[in-house]
Design a protein around this ligand. Structure first.
Ligand code: ASP
Length: 344
């Protein structure tokens, strides 16, 4: 069974789209279309204090359960990523959806992106204030809009026109965040005003049994951000990228730094051109290509953008990797035997 899967995975990397399509058609006719699904998710890279670890772990587990239920039931990668991210958006432990940080004006402004690795089309929304689950709206943009990114009132108009209800802004605000925002205004923005909830962008990458690869990211952005500020998260190539020929990535951390190095696309380019990593690997460091790529991206973030963050990725064969230069990152993935690996 495993030999068949790795053979299928290796063949799956045949680069031309034509070869890919006919290859899948042949597999389907032969009854071999059941590739092994894969899933990795994150809930942000930051200085997670000990007292916040249990909530982070519970949230990561719930998200893995939501996404894996879809994939294990032969559902699609896009449904799995959406389900995993909705679980994280609805959990106030994380800085996405309900419980997000407030901006300078005291509003929650949300950003999200979903990207399809086969078509390279993305759907992204930014600075929305009336959308409970922005990843749902990002999916609508991906699937039915001719555009790839809609912002603010235009994005919300598109939501209404396509049957996604608007929510009252207060529904997105957790009392804890209101208190933290008040303290930041009276004093200055500081991590200690956000005890246990300093950061927490969320993301997911999945491959389904048909070999479809999808990545997504959702965030409330940074606390006390200037109204209208958009970070890396919803920007294609910065906070997220997916290319079925290489892999899928979701990033977290200091958005202005991640944008400088276009980190998600950097990871995909490294996966494409693994020779770049050969010297690093020849030094005998026992790590997978996927992990070497993730490590290289975080090294570059520190070295060139002088800041902190992290990323998760799946290569096109479903190998997971996570890297970060913050004290901790909340993330989890599904092992080949179906068990969940959760950090911190
Ligand atoms: N990258 C997000 C932003 O800058 C924040 C985070 O990941 O914590 O909006």
């Amino acid at each position: 069974m495993y030999a068949r899967i790795s053979c299928v995975s290796a063949l799956r990397n045949i680069s031309s789209e034509c070869a890919r399509t006919s290859f899948h058609a042949v597999l389907f006719l032969l009854g071999y279309s059941n590739l092994k699904p894969s899933l990795i998710i994150h809930g942000g890279a930051w200085n997670i204090p000990d007292e916040a670890v249990p909530d982070c772990r519970t949230g990561i587990r719930r998200s893995l359960e939501a996404g894996w239920k879809v994939l294990a039931g032969s559902g699609s990668a896009i449904d799995a990523v959406e389900a995993a991210i909705i679980a994280l958006e609805d959990d106030p432990t994380f800085d996405a959806g309900f419980g997000s940080h407030l901006n300078r004006d005291g509003h929650v402004q949300l950003d999200a992106i979903l990207m399809d690795g086969e078509t390279l089309k993305a759907g992204a929304v930014a600075a929305v204030e009336h959308i409970k689950n922005p990843i749902r709206l990002a999916r609508l943009v991906l699937e039915i809009s001719e555009h790839m990114m809609l912002v603010a009132t235009g994005a919300e108009k598109f939501a209404v026109e396509n049957g996604l209800p608007l929510s009252a802004p207060e529904e997105l605000i957790h009392p804890r965040e209101r208190v933290a925002w008040q303290r930041c205004l009276e004093d200055s923005h500081a991590a200690e005003h956000h005890v246990g909830h300093e950061q927490g962008t969320v993301g997911a990458v999945a491959i389904d049994r048909e070999g479809n690869l999808v990545a997504g990211t959702s965030t409330g952005g940074t606390c006390c951000k200037y109204p209208g500020r958009v970070g890396d998260s919803p920007l294609i190539g910065c906070g997220c990228y997916a290319d079925a020929e290489a892999g899928g990535v979701s990033c977290t951390g200091h958005g202005e730094g991640i944008m400088k190095i276009v980190m998600a696309k950097m990871a995909i380019d490294l996966l494409h051109d693994q020779r770049v990593l050969a010297p690093h690997r020849e030094k005998g460091i026992p790590t997978s290509i996927a992990q070497a790529v993730a490590d290289a991206c975080v090294r570059k973030l520190a070295h060139r953008a002088h800041t902190t963050g992290g990323l998760i990725l799946l290569d096109s064969n479903g190998h997971p990797a996570a890297a970060f230069n913050t004290p901790r990152m909340a993330y989890g993935y599904v092992e080949p035997d179906g068990s969940f690996r959760i950090a911190p």
